[in-house]
Each structure stands twice: as structure tokens, then as C-alpha cells.
Design a protein around this ligand. Structure first.
Ligand SMILES: [Zn+2]
Length: 883
């Protein structure tokens, strides 16, 4: 890092800045620092101009080299290998003793034991307000990352009392991009189309390799590198007290959303956090009003309830978590909007306008006039239309970010004292009990390895997990030695509780007689259910003498091979079983699957392996935690051979997140696959190349017709077309398997057709609605697709199909793999019209002789969170190769 800084400084001296002084006052500067405008050759936020990530990082290195107020740290690499960068910004005196201040902050969050009274007072007197700002995780929301260039320059060079006050009282942690890969993709895509009829059009692929816009739905499962790096920064490294995450919203409404968000609230967040969310949001709003800015709104759209979104995950960690949402432009191209009159909403369907979207819609002509034009407490000066530019976004974000820093500086000691009080109160509440602890059986689960996975996720979220050294009794129940214990007497107990309990969505009515409002987003994230792990809440305090040992990060169960012989077997109880199968297939083993012969753990399904040496089994078992048995000969039970499936995954040009998550899940479980685009589907002889083709959740019309917008580049227009539908029929006719996920099921049901009715179709939102709910499912463990899944388990449901069987052709054999129970469909979260689903089929296999179509109404791999149902998807792939 130091060497490269010297190289950069040399380059700077040679070619850029031999022509004199740069930015006015340079009290903090050690050598002249170019302004962003001098460095990039345009003013930040200028129409159609975007700085690219490689050059942005280069500029920050210059800032670091020129200023003793800024340090640049590379926290790691992004998914595609770009630097994931943190700037630490404070006064030079603070930066010299950064580890000391980090220690105080850790103590504020009770990371190093109980502080003494003197240590506590030292935090209040000497500690800094540690503020994290994260930018542009949704990469098409480009403004915040661009803004950080001017912000960093200002904080590095400005000698004004205001900036000095901030630097003296705040440690400012700045992540200029939570998604560097996407920043590069969006900038390159924008520049490619600049000046053409496609300027500002959306990218036809995801702006993060696997998850795209869903990257802010990952802050409890932490599947992606970017989420993991952020979690480590938050709950293992710096423990910031305030975290602001900067986004952009649609184009036509308010100009900026600031906190507080709207009802409902979550019962596990301490009320103080909601108060500080409001204080900081209002400090931003006040600064924007003082600067004469229009269109500032709060208490709108975004609810105070749900887990998984970026900065909001701080709330359960007693961190102030803030969101700003700026009105978008078309990436970097300005928008014009028709004007409205204050207090007089325009008539609907204004001429010539185009809809909202986050910088996505590249429509021409002015946007329709704003419709929300009534001044009120939350929105005293509504936006009335006109021109809006990237520079406007940058200006608003500069004001809001500086206001956040200034407010933190002004309120430093109060913030530290109150956060400390809440941290202490959280621990004290846990000592009293109800609950006092959450216990997770280590080996007693239907899928024993799932408990280890669950513990690893909790730990990444900062939760401390222990193992009981001896058997114990709690709330009149016995638990064996080795049980995982999450004591509630810890600072992040609120987070652990919220993640592990069942969610109840609070009813929100804006007036006593108004109907309850439907949720804004998912309503359930109970991690135990999603992973198929039983967790128990202990009410009474644990026994004093109970010895607990801290669990090392990401614990693994030991795996081994017992017995002797050349035929091996292991229980197939979950996702690790599929990884083992795939590794052994790759190693040339011959494998078969059978209902268990009685030697296993009673889980029901057993994989038999032969043709590879003991050493291979030892290696695979140790790596994956499998307890493998060796025997002289194979048990005499009917078994089906397992072969490696040749998998194609359809990728539309509509940037499908579910397709990305599907790829992610397949890669993590070591299934090789080929991505198929429209032309590949239409190409002849699909069956020669593939055993199975997977369609992720997508509406049938979108699969067939794709994106036909005039602003889409011609090479990305259209879908598989009628020709593609015919090719799929030929594929199945030749023995191929189609796996249809979510709404893609309708394509098969309608076009083949299949003797299955999608009951979700035709139901109104008043009859049935589920924006994201965990449901109970009953799985047929004797069905080949049910292997490795518990007979009663939990799945994720999100407004996708559920089925009834109908009369079909005699050649079509339909079997139900999984169905919803007759009562108690909802396991966690909110769902309207539960009775519509009772007893209905969730997963159906249609044997078409020789081909097969598997319909997953339930979302078996949703956001890579639904691990309990992964095996059903994997089994469908294996079964395809067995044909
Ligand atoms: Zn966003």
C-alpha cells in the first residue's frame, strides 16, 4: 500500500499538478491535493459524467498521501476481485491513536468484558462518535459514490471551524461503494450507450454477479463477499454507533427520504434507536431546509420492521441505522418533469410522461408531474417538478452527509452515554431471563450440519455462541453436553432473538376504521426455520454453575469414516450431502441412493459409494462433516444410481435476481452448469447437451417475449419466443427434465399443457397476498425428490403458485412432492388468505415419459436462505440424469 502511494505521488508530480496550488485552505494537507474536478477533468455530478471505480480508488490514494486526516484501507476484494475500500477520516491526533479509540468503541459495545466505572467515564470523555457511511450498494443509484469524492476532499483540506469540529469529535468510516463491481458495470454500460437512443437504459444483467438489487436482502445470511466484509467491519472491527446507508428512489416523487421511517416498528429494536434514527434524520432534513432544498420527506414508504436490509440491520445491534433515498436521474442523464401546483394534485395520466424507476426507464420526454403536492408535517415543502440532475443528487447528499457528521459531533457525549445505557440494559435484561438464552441442539437436528451453519451466520452478525460443557436442565428440559447456547446476557441479544424467533407482523391501520396495510417487504426471516434447525427459548435464568465454552468462528462438525471395507455410505440429510455427491462423482465414484437400511441416524436416505479409495472418503467426510460408514458389501436394498446431471440454467436479459441466486446456490454446492440465453434455448438438439434445464422465477410472458422496450439495445430484446417453447417441448419429448421455479411454473402448465392448476392465479390481492412468509410444508420422504428433507419442514413463500391436480392424459403421472398442511400453513410472518393454501400442493413432479417437469411453487432456493428446502431442487437435478 505504501509503495503504491509513492508511485502515485510520483505520477502526480510528473504529469498532473506541476501547475500550481490546488484547493484553497490546506491545513490538513501535507502535499498539494488536486480537487476532484482537477483530477477527473469534470465537476462531480456534471451531466453525463461518471467517475469509475478504479480512478475513484486512485483518487482516494492521493487523498491519503496528501492528508494526515485520511487513511485508506482495503478490507478485501469484491466478488469479482475489485478493491473493497474503507476510508478512516478524523483529526490527525485521532488517527495517530486509532487503535486506542477503536478500543474505546469496542468497550462501548461491551466487547471486552464489563467496563469499570473509570473505563466507562473514559469512553464518555475521550471516545469519539464513530459514524459509518456506506454508498451506492445498488449500483445504478450512482450519486452517493460520486459525492464521496468531494466529501473526502473537503474533509482532507478544509480548515473551517465546522470541519475541524467534525474531525475532532467524530471518527468517520466511509465505504464509498458497497458494490464496486456494480459501479464499474454501470459506468461502462452508461458510457457505452451515451449519446445513443439507448442512453440511460437499464443493464440487461445484474449489477452484482449473483444477486443484483437483492444485495440489501443479505444482511443476516451474509452469502456475498460484500455483505461479509461489511459485517466484519460493523460487528467485529469498528462497532460504529451510527450507520447511514445512501440510496436512490424513483424519479417522480419526493427528492429525498430521511429518517424516521414508517410503521410498523419491530418489537426487538430498543426504542432509543428509533429516537436517534429520527434525530439524525431530522438533522439532515433541517440542514437541507436551511440550504433551501425542496422535496424532503420522512415517515414514508420504508417501514421500521424488517431485517436484512443494509443499515437497518444495525438497529438490532443497538446502532443508529439511517437511510437516505434520493430521487434518481437516468443514471447520469438529467430528467425533466412537468410542473404541478402546490396543494393541487394533477389529473391522472399526464400527457407525454413516463414512469418512475431507479434511473432505469430511459423514456423520452418529460416525466409526469408529481402527484404528492400537499404540504404537511412530514413533507413541508413538496417537490413540484422541473429539471433534476446528478449534481442535485450530489448536492443533497453532501448536505445530508455533512449534517450527519456535524450532528454526531455536536451530540458526541450524549450519544455515547445513551448507547452505553442501552447496551447495558440489553445485557441486564438477558440476565433476568424470559428469555435468558436460546439453545440449539448440535447433533439432534434432522440435518445435524445445519446447526453448525446457523451458528456460523449468527457469529458473523456479532452474536457470541457457546457450547455447554456438560448436560444441563433448563425450563424443566434436558439438554446434552455440546448443546449450542446463545445467552441473552450479551449486547447483540436483540439481534439473535429477532433472527431466531417467529415473526408476527403488527397490524397497521392509519385510521380506526381503515383496512390494515399490507407489508412493504418480506415479513419473516426466522433463521432456524429457514435452515430446518430446532431452536428453543429458555425463559428462566440458566443455572449458575453451567460451564460454557466460546465457539470458534464458523464451527465445523468433525467428519470421519468408521468401520472397514470398500463400500461406503453416509446419510443424506441436507445440502452437504449434495456437495459430497458432486465431489465423489467428480472423483469417479459410483454412487447410488436408497432408503436407509437401518444403520444410519434414522434420517431416511442413504448414499452408497464405491469405486474410490478410503482416502477420498476420508477427505470428503472431514471437509463436510459427514459420518461415513465403511462395509465389506452393499446393503441389500433397492437403490437408484446417481449420475452427474448436465444442467442448463436459463438467463433472460431482464437482470433476474432469482436466476442469479440459483447460480449462486448451484456453485456453492458444486453443481457444474451452463448458462443458456434465448438463442441457446432455441438452438436445435438441446437434449444432446443437457439433462435438465432450470427456469428461475419469472412470468411466462416475460420468458417468451422478454424486454421489448424501444430503449433496449436490439441484441437484448425479446425472449425465447414460440420457437423456444417448441424447443422445450422437443427437449422434454426426448427425455429432458424442466425444473420450473415460482412463476415460471405457469409456462409449463399452460404450454405443454400439464394436468395441474395454479390456484394462485385468479385470486385477488384481497383474497390472497404474501410478500414473503415462512410456511410449513409436508414433504413425502419416500419420493425421490423428497430425499434428504425432513417430513415436516419450512419453506419460503412469496406470492408464487400453489397447485391442485386435474385430469390429465394417462401417460402423465403426477406426484405431489410437498404440500401445505391442512391447518397452520403460516410458520412465521404475515400472509393473507392462508385457507386458500391449506392442503394444496407446493411441489409437483409430472412424469411425461420419457421427460419430466418439476414445478416448484414454493421457492426452494430463495435468496440462498431456504437451506431446508435446497435438497428438493438438487434431487430434481440428479433425477434428471437418472433418466
Ligand atoms: Zn437502493
Amino acid at each position: 500500500m505504501r509503495a503504491s502511494r509513492l508511485v502515485l505521488a510520483a505520477a502526480l508530480g510528473l504529469c498532473l499538478f506541476t501547475t500550481g496550488p490546488l484547493s484553497g485552505a490546506t491545513a490538513g494537507a501535507q502535499s498539494p491535493l488536486p480537487t476532484p474536478e482537477q483530477f477527473f477533468g469534470f465537476r462531480v455530478g456534471a451531466d453525463t459524467k461518471l467517475a469509475r471505480w478504479d480512478r475513484i480508488v486512485e483518487y482516494f490514494r492521493l487523498v491519503e498521501g496528501a492528508s494526515n486526516r485520511v487513511r485508506v484501507r482495503e478490507l478485501g476484494k469484491s466478488t469479482e476481485g475489485n478493491p473493497f475500500v474503507l476510508l478512516e477520516i478524523a483529526s490527525p491526533e485521532t488517527l495517530k491513536r486509532l487503535d486506542y479509540y477503536r478500543g474505546l468503541q469496542r468497550r462501548l459495545y461491551l466487547q471486552d468484558g464489563e467496563p469499570t466505572a473509570a473505563q466507562r467515564d473514559e469512553i464518555f470523555q475521550s471516545g469519539k462518535a464513530v459514524v459509518l457511511v456506506t454508498c451506492s450498494m445498488h449500483a445504478s443509484e450512482v450519486g452517493a459514490t460520486q459525492m464521496t469524492l468531494e466529501l473526502a476532499h473537503r474533509l482532507a483540506t478544509d480548515a473551517s471551524p465546522r470541519v475541524t469540529h467534525v474531525l475532532d469529535n467524530v471518527i468517520f468510516l466511509l465505504v464509498p461503494s458497497l458494490n464496486p463491481d456494480g459501479q464499474i458495470m454501470v459506468v461502462d454500460w452508461y458510457n457505452k450507450n451515451l449519446g445513443t437512443e439507448f442512453e440511460g437504459s437499464p443493464m440487461p444483467w445484474l449489477y452484482q454477479k449473483y444477486v443484483g438489487h437483492d444485495n440489501n436482502r443479505d444482511m443476516y445470511m451474509f452469502t456475498q463477499v460484500e455483505s461479509q466484509l461489511t459485517a466484519k467491519l460493523l460487528w467485529h472491527d469498528w462497532f460504529p454507533s451510527v450507520w447511514l446507508d445512501e440510496h436512490q428512489q424513483g424519479m417522480t416523487g419526493s427528492r429525498i427520504f430521511v429518517m424516521p421511517a414508517t410503521d410498523p416498528i419491530n418489537p426487538n429494536v430498543h426504542p432509543l434507536i428509533y429516537r436517534w434514527n429520527g434525530l439524525f434524520g431530522q438533522a439532515q432534513g433541517a440542514a437541507l431546509e436551511a440550504a433551501g432544498k425542496d422535496g424532503i420527506i420522512y415517515n414514508s414508504t420504508y417501514t421500521n420492521f424488517w431485517q436484512g436490509a443494509m443499515a437497518w440491520s444495525g438497529w438490532w445491534h443497538n446502532q443508529v441505522g439511517l437511510l437516505t433515498e434520493l430521487a434518481s436521474v437516468r443514471i447520469a442523464s438529467p430528467t425533466e418533469q412537468q410542473r404541478a401546483q402546490l396543494g393541487r394534485p394533477p389529473a391522472p395520466a399526464t400527457e407525454g410522461g413516463r414512469g418512475g424507476g431507479r434511473g432505469g426507464d430511459a423514456g423520452r420526454g418529460p416525466l409526469p408531474a408529481p402527484t404528492d403536492v400537499m404540504p404537511r408535517t412530514e413533507y413541508p415543502r413538496p417537490w413540484l417538478g422541473g429539471r433534476w440532475t446528478l449534481r442535485d443528487i450530489v448536492d443533497y447528499e453532501l448536505v445530508a452527509t455533512m449534517a450527519t457528521l456535524e450532528y454526531a459531533a455536536d451530540r458526541r457525549e450524549t450519544l455515547l452515554r445513551q448507547i452505553y445505557d442501552v447496551n447495558r440494559a440489553t445485557v441486564e435484561a438477558g440476565k433476568k431471563g424470559d428469555p435468558s438464552a436460546i439453545v440449539i441442539g448440535a447433533d439432534a437436528q434432522a440435518d445435524p450440519l445445519a446447526a453448525y451453519r446457523l451458528v456460523g451466520r449468527l457469529q458473523l452478525g456479532g452474536v457470541r455462541v457457546y457450547r455447554a460443557e456438560a448436560a444441563f436442565r433448563a425450563d424443566d428440559k434436558d439438554y446434552p453436553a455440546g448443546t449450542f447456547v446463545v445467552p441473552m446476557a450479551q449486547v447483540f441479544a436483540r439481534y439473535a432473538k429477532d433472527l431466531l424467533e417467529k415473526q408476527t407482523y403488527p397490524e397497521v391501520r392509519r385510521a380506526p376504521n381503515a383496512p390494515p396495510e399490507a407489508p412493504y417487504d418480506v415479513t419473516a426471516w426466522s433463521l432456524g426455520l429457514l435452515l430446518g434447525v430446532d431452536v428453543a427459548f429458555v425463559k428462566k435464568p440458566l443455572a449458575d454453575g453451567l460451564a460454557l465454552t466460546a465457539v470458534p468462528p464458523s464451527p465445523k462438525r468433525g467428519g470421519d469414516v468408521s468401520g472397514s471395507g470398500t463400500v461406503f455410505s453416509f446419510d443424506y440429510t441436507g445440502p452437504e450431502g449434495a456437495i459430497a455427491v458432486n465431489r465423489l462423482l467428480k472423483a469417479g465414484a459410483s454412487l447410488s441412493v436408497a432408503r436407509a437400511a437401518g444403520t444410519g441416524g434414522g434420517a431416511g436416505t442413504e448414499v452408497a459409494v464405491s469405486g474410490v479409495p478410503l482416502s477420498t472418503l476420508r477427505e470428503v467426510s472431514a471437509a463436510l462433516g459427514l459420518r461415513t460408514r465403511a462395509a465389506a458389501r452393499r446393503a441389500n436394498v433397492p437403490a437408484a444410481a446417481i449420475k452427474a446431471p448436465r444442467i442448463g440454467v436459463y438467463q433472460p436479459w431482464t437482470a433476474s435476481m432469482d436466476e442469479g441466486w440459483t447460480r449462486w446456490v448451484l456453485e456453492q454446492h458444486e453443481f457444474p452448469y451452463t448458462t443458456l440465453h434465448n438463442a441457446d434455448i432455441r438452438a436445435a438438439r438441446l437434449r444432446d447437451r443437457f439433462d435438465v434445464v432450470v427456469f428461475a422465477d419469472q412470468q411466462p410472458a416475460s420468458i417468451v417475449s422478454g424486454n421489448e422496450s424501444a430503449t433496449t439495445r436490439p441484441e437484448y430484446r425479446g425472449g425465447i419466443g414460440e420457437e423456444g417453447v417448441s424447443a422445450l417441448k422437443a427437449f422434454v419429448g426426448a427425455g429432458g427434465t424442466l425444473v420450473m421455479l415460482g412463476n415460471a411454473c405457469d409456462l409449463a402448465i399452460e404450454r405443454f399443457p400439464l394436468p395441474v392448476k395454479n390456484l394462485k392465479r385468479g385470486l385477488t390481492r384481497d383474497q390472497h397476498f404474501a410478500p414473503g412468509t415462512i410456511v410449513t410444508v409436508e414433504v413425502d420422504p419416500a419420493h425421490p425428490l423428497g430425499a434428504g428433507v425432513a417430513a415436516s419442514t419450512y419453506g419460503f413463500y412469496n406470492n408464487s403458485p400453489f397447485f391442485a391436480l386435474t385430469e390429465g392424459f394417462a401417460s402423465q403421472q403426477v406426484s405431489v412432492v410437498a404440500r401445505y398442511p391442512n391447518t397452520g400453513v403460516v410458520a412465521s410472518g404475515w400472509l393473507r388468505g392462508e385457507e386458500q393454501m391449506a392442503g394444496r400442493a407446493a411441489v409437483v413432479s409430472v412424469d411425461l415419459n420419457p421427460g419430466r417437469i418439476v414445478l416448484f411453487g414454493l421457492r426452494p432456493q430463495h435468496r440462498a436462505q431456504t437451506q431446508a428446502t435446497f435438497p428438493m431442487l438438487f434431487n430434481a437435478l440428479y433425477l434428471a440424469a437418472g433418466h
